[in-house]
Write a protein that binds this ligand. Structure first.
Ligand code: FAD
Ligand code: MLT
Ligand code: ZN
Length: 474
């Protein structure tokens, strides 16, 4: 179990009793009070298969009032709670560490309204990202967030982790797109900040406390999101490049030449490509190159965008910045190319054990971290690879071995965090700190900031029942 590997002490919480189960069953009925080791296995284990808790009960509320009743009861009876959405989180935040009660948003999946004039959707936290995007598509809108886990992650989980994803470059972070949040505090009190207005400067903007706090300050029950118009035309260029310097120059050229239609700029190195091709048997349309880029454009006029993208490709191929490239506009061809990038995380798992790092870096240092760590780890690992959201300075640095090895972890950490801190990067760009990274927070945040975070936690969750052992350091 996780607690043994990571040497954590269980907090002074109560264990779930028959009396507690009776309360939950009376509130939700027995089919929404899930019991049993087998039934809970998937909810106790994270997506990566690297951390595992031992909860004995999972609750499936449908309404804010039910969430409020659950948290109020848990707070009064000193029961720790782990909020869970789609359980696709990558830092061990979404699964219990010990026997925390899991509160799942799986049945909170109602869309409340779509304001087609302003383009705002208001919905419950358990809507699956892809389903929500399909829903707003009927109104010519899109959710300004897209990521590989879209088929299973919940919008509440996205908001709680402040997920970044593939189009942050174009649409910005959820701190900008989320207009309103309704959340339930540990005490059961409902905090309604569910404004759907684009502008609202009435007092402190409390919704931001719930965006990215990974279920430690409140359980998000509803969100209002600003949705841009769904683009009429999308094109995707897939490029092969010989040097990382050329990757940076190509990104700069793309901003200059495609600025207003550029919607994504992603990066894959050769080692990541070998992994996705080898482990998942997906075929790249290009020959082998040390580096690859995906450049997506989205706009209202397909001919115009395609012409721009073709001109861009012609000029970057002509100048030698790009060694080879192809442009796709057909949905199935684009999906094949996107799979090469979006499915790397899944491919890496098939090597055995994944040591996953999600780093923000100034662009001139972006790939040097991969090279230095590759040298540092040598043949101890099966793979050391880099991919990610290069347009946002976000590197996904991953190592794999056949199985978990403590010695490998100790060689990677804290070396990778020290390297990052020296260039003023962030040790978690988009995945959060969760359980695995919380004790490294000081590499990216000052003591003063950490102390204020602890005070906020104390104020909003005085008994510390909400996602204990997560985000804040020991
Ligand atoms: P969970 O994993 O269930 O939970 C994540 C955290 O939020 C936990 O701490 C949990 O306690 C808390 N939480 C969940 N729901 C609530 C709620 N309603 N209220 C309060 N707290 C809550 N992340 C990115 O940023 N960008 C990416 O590109 C990206 N790609 C991914 C690709 C894959 C294949 C996978 C597996 C993951 C990826 N992720 C990415 C990780 C990412 O954090 C999530 O996919 C997503 O945002 C989590 O949503 P979820 O519903 O699965 O939340
Ligand atoms: C991605 O961008 O693919 C995700 O953040 C998952 C990962 O880091 O592997
Ligand atoms: Zn990512």
């Amino acid at each position: 179990l996780t607690s043994k590997r990571y040497n954590v002490q269980r907090g002074k919480f109560s264990a779930v009793s028959e009396h507690d189960l009776k309360f939950f069953q009376e509130l939700l009925g027995s089919h929404r009070t899930v019991l049993g080791e087998e039934e809970l296995e998937g909810h106790n284990t994270d997506w990566l298969g690297t951390v595992r808790g031992a909860s004995s009960v999972l609750l499936k509320p449908k309404t804010t009032e039910e969430v409020s009743a659950i948290l109020s009861y848990c707070d009064q009876h000193q029961l720790a709670v782990c909020p869970q959405g789609g359980n696709t989180g990558l830092v061990g935040g979404s699964v219990p560490v010990f026997d925390e009660v899991i509160v799942s948003t799986a049945l909170m999946n109602q869309v409340e309204s779509v304001d087609t004039w302003s383009g705002v959707v208001t919905c419950q936290a358990g809507c699956i990202l892809e389903a929500l995007d399909q829903h707003v598509a009927e109104y010519g809108l899109m959710i300004p967030l897209d990521l590989g886990a879209k088929g299973s992650c919940h919008i509440g989980g996205n908001v709680s982790t402040n997920a970044g994803g593939l189009r942050l470059l174009r649409y910005g972070s959820l701190h900008g797109s989320v207009l309103g949040v309704e959340a339930v505090l540990a005490s059961g009190e409902v905090v309604n900040c569910l404004s759907a207005m684009k502008k609202d400067n009435t007092g402190y903007d409390l919704k931001h406390l719930f965006i990215g706090s990974e279920g430690t300050l409140g359980l998000v029950t509803k969100v209002a999101i600003n949705c841009p118009p769904r683009p009429a035309a999308v094109s995707l260029a897939f490029l092969g490049l010989q040097s990382f310097d050329n990757v940076l120059k190509t990104f700069k050229a793309a901003k200059d030449q495609l600025g207003e239609i550029l919607s994504s700029c992603e990066f894959i190195d050769q080692s990541s490509m070998e992994c996705v091709e080898g482990n998942l048997k997906i075929k790249s349309p290009l020959d082998e190159y040390p580096y690859y880029m995906l450049l997506e454009t989205s706009g209202s006029n397909g001919d115009h965008d395609e012409e721009k993208l073709n001109n861009f490709l012609e000029s970057t191929l002509g100048s030698g910045l790009v060694s080879d490239g192809t442009v796709a506009t057909e949905p199935s061809k684009m999906a094949n190319i996107w799979a090469l990038r979006e499915r790397i995380a899944e491919a890496l798992i098939l090597d055995g054990y994944t040591y996953k790092y999600d780093i923000s870096l100034p662009l001139p240092h972006f790939y040097k971290l991969v090279e230095d760590m590759r040298e540092h780890l040598g043949s101890n690992v099966v793979r050391c690879c880099g991919y990610g959201h290069v347009g946002d300075g976000n590197l996904h640095l991953n190592f794999t071995s056949r199985q978990y090895e403590k010695e490998i972890l100790e060689r990677i950490e804290p070396a990778v965090y020290e390297w990052t801190s020296q260039v003023n990067g962030s040790i978690s760009a988009e995945h959060g700190l969760g359980f695995k990274k919380r004790n490294y927070i000081h590499y990216s945040k000052s003591l003063g900031a950490i102390n204020l975070m602890k005070q906020m936690k104390k104020l909003m969750d005085p008994n510390g029942i909400l996602n204990p052992y997560k985000v804040l350091p020991d």
